[in-house]
Design a protein around this ligand. Structure first.
Ligand SMILES: [Zn+2]
Length: 213
C-alpha cells in the first residue's frame, strides 16, 4: 500500500462514557417495544457506528493500510473538529479518502435499508460510492434492503452533509439500515451483518486505491 495513503474513518455521533451514559442527542437513539439492543430496548446509533468503524479499522490494521479514526472513543466531537482533523492530515501528512459511518432513522419507524451519500454533482466520490454500493450488494444484497437513487444515473443519494461537504478529500457517508425500524435494528445487532458491512468497506477502500473506484 502506497505510503502516503490514509483512510479517514468517522463514527457518527458519540458513544458511552465512563459512567455508562450515552452522550448523544436523543434523536440518535430509539427505544424498541421489545427485543434486546444496546441497553434493553434502546438502540444507540453512535455505539453501533463505533462497533462497525472499529472493525473496519481492525481489518485495515491487519492489512497494513494506514487509517485514522477522526471520531472519539465516546465524545460526540463537533463535525467541524472531525473535518478539520481529517483535512489537516490530508494536507500535511497523507492523501486519502474519508468515510463516515451512520445508521438512519425515519419518522414513521417503517423505513428500511442501506444508502450511500455523496455531495451533489459529479465528483470522484461518486465512483467510490458506486463501488461501495456494488460491494455491499455482493455481500449483503440477499439480506438487506438496498435503497438507491438512480435519478442521476448512479445508485448513491446526494446531500450536503457537513462532513462530506467540508472534507477536502473524496468522501462518502454511509447510512447502514434504519435503527428505529425493529427488523433493521435486529439485523444491525447481528455480528455477521457488522462483519459484512466492514468487509464491504475495506473492499471499497482497496478498489479506490487500485483505481477501480
Ligand atoms: Zn447518524
Amino acid at each position: 500500500m502506497k505510503i502516503d495513503f490514509c483512510v479517514y474513518l468517522d463514527a457518527g455521533h458519540g458513544g458511552i462514557d465512563s459512567n455508562g451514559k450515552y452522550v448523544t442527542a436523543p434523536n440518535k437513539q430509539f427505544e424498541h417495544a421489545s427485543g434486546t439492543f444496546h441497553n434493553g430496548g434502546w438502540f444507540y446509533e453512535g455505539v453501533w457506528n463505533r462497533k462497525l468503524t472499529d472493525l473496519v479499522a481492525k481489518k485495515l490494521s491487519n492489512l497494513g493500510i494506514q487509517h485514522l479514526i477522526v471520531s472519539h472513543e465516546y465524545l460526540d466531537l463537533s463535525l467541524s473538529y472531525r473535518v478539520k482533523m481529517a483535512n489537516w492530515y490530508h494536507r500535511n501528512f497523507k492523501k486519502g479518502i474519508f468515510i463516515s459511518n451512520h445508521s438512519n432513522a425515519s419518522g414513521s419507524h417503517r423505513a428500511r435499508g442501506f444508502e450511500v451519500y455523496t455531495t451533489p454533482g459529479k465528483t470522484k466520490s461518486d465512483s467510490i460510492a458506486e463501488k461501495h454500493w456494488e460491494n455491499v450488494k455482493d455481500l449483503l444484497g440477499d439480506t438487506i434492503k438496498m435503497r438507491p437513487d438512480t435519478s442521476d444515473g448512479d445508485h448513491d443519494k446526494e446531500a450536503r452533509f457537513y462532513v462530506i461537504k467540508n472534507t477536502v478529500m473524496p468522501a462518502i457517508l454511509v447510512e447502514h439500515l434504519f435503527f428505529d425500524n425493529k427488523d433493521d435494528a435486529k439485523l444491525l445487532m447481528k455480528d455477521l451483518i457488522v462483519e459484512q458491512f466492514a468487509e464491504a468497506q475495506v473492499r471499497t477502500i482497496i478498489d479506490y486505491y487500485n483505481g477501480l473506484a
